[in-house]
Design a protein. Structure first.
Lengths: 432, 166
């Protein structure tokens, strides 16, 4: 078993450093580990079967839908209207534009499922605007990246769907509702840092708009915000499943972007569909190969060994939870979120449950933790996108990110040790 | 060679776009049939899962072609250009190795086994083999793209990016 772990890690990290795509690193590491104990033909056949099995799920289907609706909303003028609404509401506070950035990301997170989509949709509007008003480019990129992670917790969220599957039975509706408070808390912590930073740097404060100008801006955003009620309301009330809600979100965003706002022409749709299929495939490739890796790990009984080892290490639940968090932060820095959830849920969830944590609470903690990984180098997809839009280098935005990391970590600790933050709303709605 | 790659690119692009549109229609139909027609469709759930496997698998090959799979270039981008080309060879070899062994051979064997056993899908009543065939097909596409990358790499020609995808 020790040999299996060594082979797995060496092959994975070796290939990762050679810039082999992560899904193939996971696949090849799994293959090498399998060949230690299983003959070639059964090994490759089992892998192929696990890969197909891993994505053969109706719940996962929500992911391409939220990717597609995110793309349509990004191009369809929906992001711009959300930003203008946020600007009218909070632009006059200190650090106005940075706060607007955070709130817009939270709005966008509330109608789409991916942080990368939020980063590109909000960032491509906000970054030039912030630059115009004298904000430091690297700081703006850091704010956009960290704010986009709120969308991982604020439903709909693709990663919570992946966790629901990995945990084997936590309800998607309960997870979605559970994400609101931690997501909003995270957004508020980031805004606190932004406001403090703005005071320090003397960034401009936006003008307070008269009410008769605020109202039309908010009204223009209302059809977009109605998506929240349609999608989340539909899921919570049980009118439709998360997957069906995703399909409804696609149709509704099409109606908005093509029909009402008229910013997407019908002949642009094939390109949007292609892009959505491509993005979907990246996620599905990760899920497929991670499912195979998860299988070989449990075949080698590695999760059980790690769980047992962790529980003998300390009797103190607070300490073990801290340890899990630190390991996940490290994992998140090197691994994309989706494989991290699929591979580490079976390893850590039993430990957490043993300590009296609910699988719902653990899921929210894990997703929040790995969200920090999305904005930490060397592997941070949101960080990459934000830097690409801001035309800056990753190294340059690390410094302005530091206070934002601190805020994220503080919220992570709160969410870890106060179960009510995650469990209050699902209990209120009778979902948990 | 450039023409052949372009032809496969275009075919895949439109195939994927149609699957994506199809999957939206199928799941919307599921909602409509349940609430509006009052007669929930029995095949939409399974059909959409099959479509997802096809999008995931064929799309993975396409994403390899467009180079959008997530990777880590902190080490490789610091290397000299000549070295980078060698690393690129190793990278392509690794991807082709996986695609050929696991997806073409393993996936092919899976298709053959389920065909022999006559395994049928529960609702659609079609052979599972037809659904699984996406795996070896995707593997062959990845091997094709990998080999064409080697072909252009050896001739030191740049491989044209896919039109309309950036």
């Amino acid at each position: 078993m020790e040999l299996a772990i060594i082979v797995l890690l060496v092959v994975f990290f070796g290939l990762l450093l050679l810039n082999v795509p992560i899904s193939f690193c996971i696949g090849l590491a799994t293959l090498a580990t399998m060949l230690l104990s299983i003959d070639f033909m059964p090994a490759v056949t089992t892998m192929a079967q696990r890969m197909a099995g891993g994505i053969n799920s109706f719940a996962l289907l929500a992911i391409p839908f939220f990717i597609l609706s995110g793309l349509i909303m990004g191009r369809g003028g929906i992001a711009r209207r959300l930003i203008e609404c946020a600007m009218a509401l909070i632009g006059m506070l200190p650090g106005g534009l940075a706060l607007v950035n955070v709130v817009s990301c939270m709005f966008f997170g509330a109608i789409s499922g991916s942080a990368v989509a939020a980063t590109s949709a909000i960032g491509s509007f906000m970054l030039p605007e912030m630059k115009k008003q004298g904000y430091d480019v690297n700081y703006s990129a850091a704010v956009t990246a960290s704010a986009a992670t709120t969308g991982m917790l604020i439903p709909p969220s693709n990663i919570l769907i992946v966790y629901a599957i990995a945990s084997g039975g936590v309800s998607i509706a309960a997870l979605f509702v559970a994400g609101y408070l931690p997501g909003i808390l995270l957004g508020m912590a980031l805004m606190l840092v932004c406001a403090g930073y703005a005071k320090l740097k003397g960034y401009p404060v936006g003008a307070r708009l008269p009410l008769k100008l605020v109202v039309p801006k908010v009204a223009a955003a209302l059809p977009s915000l109605f998506m929240i009620f349609l999608v989340i309301g539909g899921i919570i009330s049980g009118v439709f499943t998360a997957t069906e809600a995703g399909a409804i979100a696609v149709v509704y965003s099409l109606i908005l972007a093509v029909g009402i706002y008229r910013e997407v022409k019908p002949n642009e749709l094939p390109a949007v569909l292609m892009k959505a299929a491509e993005t979907t495939a990246i996620v599905m490739a990760l899920i497929a190969t991670s499912s195979a890796m998860s299988w070989i790990l449990s075949y080698e009984q590695i999760p059980q060994v790690i769980s047992a080892a962790m529980l003998t290490l300390s009797e103190n639940p607070l300490l073990i939870l801290l340890m899990i968090n630190l390991i996940l932060l490290l994992v998140g820095a090197f691994m994309d979120m989706t494989p991290a959830v699929l591979i580490f849920t079976p390893i850590f969830l039993p430990v957490a449950v043993e300590l009296g944590m609910s699988p719902l609470h653990f899921g929210i903690m894990m997703v929040l933790n790995l969200s920090i990984g999305l904005v930490s180098p060397p592997v941070g997809s949101v960080l990459f996108v934000s830097c690409a839009i801001a035309k800056t280098r990753i190294e340059a935005i690390i410094r302005p990110l530091l206070p934002l990391y601190l805020a994220m970590f503080a919220v992570l600790m709160l969410v870890t040790y106060v179960p009510a933050i995650s469990e209050f709303l699902p209990k209120l709605f009778g979902l948990y | 060679m450039t023409k052949l790659v372009h032809w496969v690119d275009t075919l895949l692009k439109w195939f994927l776009a149609s699957l994506m549109a199809g999957i939206v229609v199928v799941v919307c139909w599921q909602v409509v049939s349940r609430y509006v027609l009052g007669a929930p469709s029995s095949i939409t759930e399974e059909l959409s899962r099959c479509l997802l496997i096809w999008i995931g698998m064929i799309g993975a090959a396409f994403a390899y072609r467009t180079g959008v799979h997530l990777g880590l270039d902190i080490v490789t981008r610091r290397l000299k250009v000549e070295r980078q080309r060698h690393v690129q060879l190793v990278l392509t070899a690794a991807v082709v190795l996986f695609a050929f062994n696991v997806m073409v051979i393993g996936g092919g064997n899976l298709v053959w086994l389920t065909y022999e056993l006559n395994q049928m899908s529960a609702a659609l009543g079609i052979r599972m083999a037809y659904i699984y065939i996406a795996i070896p097909l995707s593997g062959m596409l990845i091997v094709f793209y990998g080999l064409s990358q080697l072909y252009f790499g050896i001739r030191q020609q740049p491989m044209q990016p896919v039109e309309g995808m950036h």
